[in-house]
Ligand binder design. Sequence first.
Ligand code: ADP
Length: 632
Amino acid sequence: MPTETFEFQVEARQLLQLMIHSVYSNKDVFLRELVSNASDALDKLRLAALRDDTPDADVTDLHIEIDVDKEARTLTVRDNGIGMSYDEVTQLIGTIANSGTAKFLQELREAKDAAGADGLIGQFGVGFYSAFMVADEVTLLTRRAGETQGTRWTSRGEGTYTLETVDEAPQGTAVTLRLKPADSENQLHDYTSPWKVKEIVKRYSDFITWPIRLMPEAGDDGESREAETLNSMKALWARPRDKVSDDEYHELYKHISHDWREPLETIRLQAEGTFEYQALLFVPAHAPHDLFTQGYQRGVQLYVKRVFIMDDCEELLPPYLRFVKGVVDAQDLSLNVSREILQQDRHIRMMQRRLTKKVLSTVKDMMASAPERYTTFWREFGAVLKEGLVTDSENRDAILAVASFATTRDTDEPTTLKQYVERMKDGQDAIYFMTGESREAIENSPHMEAFRAKGVEVLLLTDPVDEVWADAVGEFEGKRLRSVAKGDIDLGAGDDGKDDAEKERQSEEYAGLLGWMTEHLGEDVKEVRLSSRLTVSPACVVSDAHDLTPALENMYRAMGQEVPRAKRILELNPEHQLVKALNRAYTEREDRTELTETAELLHALAVLAEGGQPKEPARFVKLVADRLERTL
Ligand code: ADP
């Protein structure tokens, strides 16, 4: 097949431009990326061999080679791993399949300045393409293990690449970079210098479990010299804790997660006894952009006796810890272990329980000893962690203990439930919260009025998951969790000077109106009653204690479930002039046509006040317009 020329996809072209003009300051990392890809390719081949997938593959002496040629100014990273077929090269190298990258480019265009770009590249990582930071031409020669023909891919990163089938190619992949000319800047980063290469490999890739060999330079004397292995190949999780530096842990994290930034927290766990395993887990410092999407690849890497078995092993951590990255190395599993077996294995379930507890206790420690890091953690992952309140009853208390919430208290600092309980007023017997779309929407909702007037603290919950867990949890340390928008609220007589006798009198006074309105609005509300929630607004709607809130109803519907629309309760503020006047009109007038409209409007206003929609917006507008007209 002749050499064919192809155009890069638009996104790929943009990314390449970026690499060529290299906005990223730390160019050394290109080598880490290529070595990381090579290491993955070796892992994949060994795994295929274990499963007898590629009988014709050569799995002896799997390794990575780095070859530099000072004269030609080239650097080659070669592996004898799984390699790529012609189709795979077009799919994996010519296009950018990763949706994250498209998002990355968009943000990059918005960032514009170099400092912003630096941060963004660090955020997404760009793998193979980072070669173009240091090279003006890149050639990739690859042969898929078990196949006979190879593929050569070449590009200068300028919009096109060429592809060619070759008859003779060693198994695996060789990436050759023609390094940019050495100018004053590049003098400092001379990647043809063996010292420089050694230093980079040692710094970024020491833990890689395959030998990384530096090929000897052809000496002037023609003497052949030995290739030198640059990395220690020691699995970090198997080394004594105090023998591993933070930097080493961080580099492993970057290799595993494809995140270029430091992790927030490193967690080690060593389980001895009948079922032995080691775990090295990381909490990232930033939530990935796709954490809440369907296709999010969760899970940690599973090793068995130092042999890589799979990426994204989901069985080792519950979905609400899906942001955790890392490695778990088990001694007593079979190398042939499959997903099906993992799903049923008792030991795996025990590991999951133990790892979950370990992550949660780490967060708790962070809370006590590193409050700033905890704050970052909760900002990035709190919404995910709270899913566990619904799905993991065993750890519910542990999750509640590390949760924090925005509050009506006069501060931006979130509060824990424990702190809330400590501040509770005498006689207050519940932890009050309100859910909603935003802090502002909640704070302006009429449901909050009495709480504000009496200085009772309310937690402000704005994550979608809050709608679900708050009901499921029920209580914390013996205190009920109560929505301010549900059921009867009695903040106790006293502060507002209203005693039981006064209430009794009011309910008699309004009995007729309430009964009449309940009947008239019966299609939409199950009851009209007097409110102890309101101090300013004339009316509000609340849910019955055991009914779903409208937000939750919508959520279930969005998930495709049928839920009947629960009728709600309309509460009136007996102190409000409008309500008083309405009552007067009700008792005095014979003809109530006008009043039925007023009742309807009052209901619509209450719905609007909490951010909802009147049932018939057009009718609502007409009624209001008619009345406005009469005031002119
Ligand atoms: P990433 O490594 O983040 O997936 P890259 O752009 O670095 O992104 O690589 C894209 C894909 O190309 C890899 O996922 C892998 O499938 C393939 N690939 C890259 N390098 C190699 C290699 N040395 N051997 C086999 N496949 C490779």
